[in-house]
Design a protein around this ligand. Structure first.
Ligand code: G3H
Ligand code: 13P
Ligand code: NA
Ligand code: ZN
Length: 328
């Protein structure tokens, strides 16, 4: 059944677990996620970005979402818009059947200029005012994602702020978070807590203290009814880098967010954990491997099936690690 983000994360909060939000662009990814959720009896969030919507077409996405809930009627699925850049993008997503939308006013509509307070509150409130009338949930964002290591925005990886950011912008201020939620009434709040988007998060193995747990904990304590969202939560597993690079890929050495750190986040109030990069890597590794081992092959199913299996394996693992398993 399709459920809203508010329904799902309220249950997660009552039962102390986190829910991964996996990005999709196509049928294979949707099926892989649902296979994983079904195997471990977990609810799940499937999210699509603006890029996914233009890649797959809203009508295709709408029917894919209908299809997966028909195939797996017993699995609760929240269909969420990831990084909506303006109110209109959120409204058309709702028309296309999404049960939850993110209005990311931490950046202007161009997706790279940091949005100021008035802008962020304004666009976010416009969306909550409308979405809540129809029972649709809303995620907002306060703070700009980027690397605390270098101070640089996410732009290198295709989305996010351009150029240098202050330490202030890279960690959400708890008192501002309280004010932001009071003014916008968002159901969930993405905060800057030390993660960044994409594969290149850290240049060396993190020492196990990368999240600003004090910031998460303080925001959670002041806003117990607002669900916290961790963007940029891929772990960028070394073994997936190795599979890609052993089969013709050229990923530079890199580190992501250790799962143990995400688990610390969940203990301190994080409920929605956004993962895209890990699944991209899982699929790409298998596609590269099949094509390298079998250069005569040209049937897409021969490489897409192993790619789906690798993605299912990763999703299942995260559903178990975040204690989502068994909660459907
Ligand atoms: O944070 C963004 C997600 O990873 C989606 O990426 O905009 O390339 O579809 P995308
Ligand atoms: P990753 O790039 O770490 O997978 O983060 C995805 C994300 O935050 C989507 O909104
Ligand atoms: Na999102
Ligand atoms: Zn994100």
């Amino acid at each position: 059944a399709r459920i809203t983000l508010r329904q799902l994360l309220d249950h997660a909060a009552e039962n102390d677990y986190g829910v991964p939000a996996f990005n999709i662009n196509n049928m294979e990814q949707a099926l892989a996620i649902m296979d994983a959720a079904n195997q471990v009896d977990a609810p799940v969030i499937i999210q699509a970005s603006r890029g996914a919507r233009s890649y797959a077409n809203d009508v295709m996405l709408k029917h894919m979402m209908d299809a997966v809930t028909e195939i797996y009627p017993h699995i609760p699925v929240c269909v969420h818009l990831d990084h909506g850049n303006e109110p209109a993008t959120c409204m058309t997503a709702i028309q296309a059947g999404f049960t939850s939308v993110m209005m990311d006013g931490s950046l202007k509509a161009d997706g790279k200029t940091p949005g100021d307070w008035g802008y962020n509150v304004g666009v976010t409130k416009t969306v909550t005012d409308m979405a809540h009338l129809g029972g649709i949930s809303v995620e907002g964002e306060l703070g700009v994602l980027g690397s605390l290591e270098t101070g640089m925005g996410d732009k290198e990886d295709g989305h996010g702020a351009e150029g240098k950011l202050s330490h202030d912008q890279l960690l959400t201020n708890p008192d501002e978070a309280v004010k932001f939620v009071q003014e916008t009434q968002v159901d969930a709040l993405a905060i800057a807590m030390g993660t960044s988007h994409g594969a290149y998060k850290f240049t060396r193995k993190p020492d196990g203290d990368i999240l600003a747990v004090n910031v998460i904990e303080e925001i959670h304590r002041k806003l117990p009814n607002t669900h916290l969202v961790m963007h940029g939560s891929s772990s960028v597993p070394q073994e997936l880098q190795e599979i890609i690079n052993a089969n013709g890929g050229k990923m530079k050495p890199t580190w992501g967010v250790p799962v143990a750190e995400i688990q610390r986040g969940i203990k301190n109030g994080v409920r929605k954990i956004n993962i895209d990069t890990d699944n991209r890597m899982a699929m790409t590794g298998q596609i590269r491997k099949v094509l390298k081992d079998n250069p005569e092959e040209f049937d897409p199913r021969k490489y897409l099936k192993p790619a789906m299996e690798a993605m299912t394996k990763l999703c299942k693992q995260r559903l178990q690690e975040f204690n989502t398993a068994g909660q459907a």
